[in-house]
Design a binder for this molecule. Sequence first.
Ligand SMILES: Nc1ncnc2c1ncn2[C@@H]1O[C@H](COP(=O)(O)OP(=O)(O)O)[C@@H](O)[C@H]1O
Ligand SMILES: Nc1ccn([C@H]2C[C@H](O)[C@@H](COP(=O)(O)OP(=O)(O)O)O2)c(=O)n1
Ligand SMILES: [Mg+2]
Length: 231
Amino acid sequence: MWRRVASVSHLFSHSKSTKFNQGGSTFKIWETITSESEIPTPSKGSPFITFVLGGPGSGKGTQCAKIVEAFGFTHISAGDLLRREIASGSAYGSVILSTIREGKIVPSQVTVQLIQKEMESSDNYKFLIDGFPRSEENRKAFEQTIGTEPDVVLFFDCPEQEMVKRVLNRNQGRVDDNIDTIKKRLEIFDELNWPVINYYSQRGKLHKINAVGTVDEIFEKVRPIFAPLSK
Ligand SMILES: Nc1ncnc2c1ncn2[C@@H]1O[C@H](COP(=O)(O)OP(=O)(O)O)[C@@H](O)[C@H]1O
Ligand SMILES: Nc1ccn([C@H]2C[C@H](O)[C@@H](COP(=O)(O)OP(=O)(O)O)O2)c(=O)n1
Ligand SMILES: [Mg+2]
């Protein structure tokens, strides 16, 4: 079991918006991306954290379900937590809903606090954090609040055309699964996610996976990454 001692209940009351400052650069430095990083050995005294990155419809959630089944992780989907917050009628629900509908990113303080609550209430120590961090602001807020970096970062690399096709066929009644919002989400992904991908690539933590193929074919590329872990 993993529990963090410090409280972050101050986050909402002290939260302030932070402007993204990417300077227009997209950091598409493929040469630095490795898929052969060694994964550290997990220990039950500290959390073992995997971030799962990829554009909308790249198959993050689908592959997370397979990883949970095979390797016993707890799946924390940032998008699911935000949708749950909307459905619960929380004070932040309407802001979260309009942000998601516009294809934008919810302020990091909100998302990180929801993730932290999930981690703290889990008896597991192996976490898959899906759809997070989506920006450098997300990444830094997690590090500052949780006080740790991920052990492994997966990046599902999928062509835009394929992502659009999958999202339009997803059929889960999501407010952001329509062509207008998808276009905005892809633009924001391109602008804000690449710096995060580049950051973890440089730190030797990134595993880039070609996300085209059947679900099982893709999982066979994921499996060896976690093979050193037992369930
Ligand atoms: N390899 C795949 N090939 C075709 N469709 C897929 C594949 N993986 C997932 N899907 C489908 O594409 C849609 C998006 O997948 P999902 O896992 O929700 O992606 P993400 O979480 O990255 O947005 C879902 O309807 C899912 O069933
Ligand atoms: N770190 C995050 C994750 C999701 N969100 C918001 C914005 C995203 O477009 C929506 C949906 O995210 P989700 O991960 O469920 O979306 P996909 O599975 O990639 O299609 O939630 C966010 O603001 N910050
Ligand atoms: Mg998803």
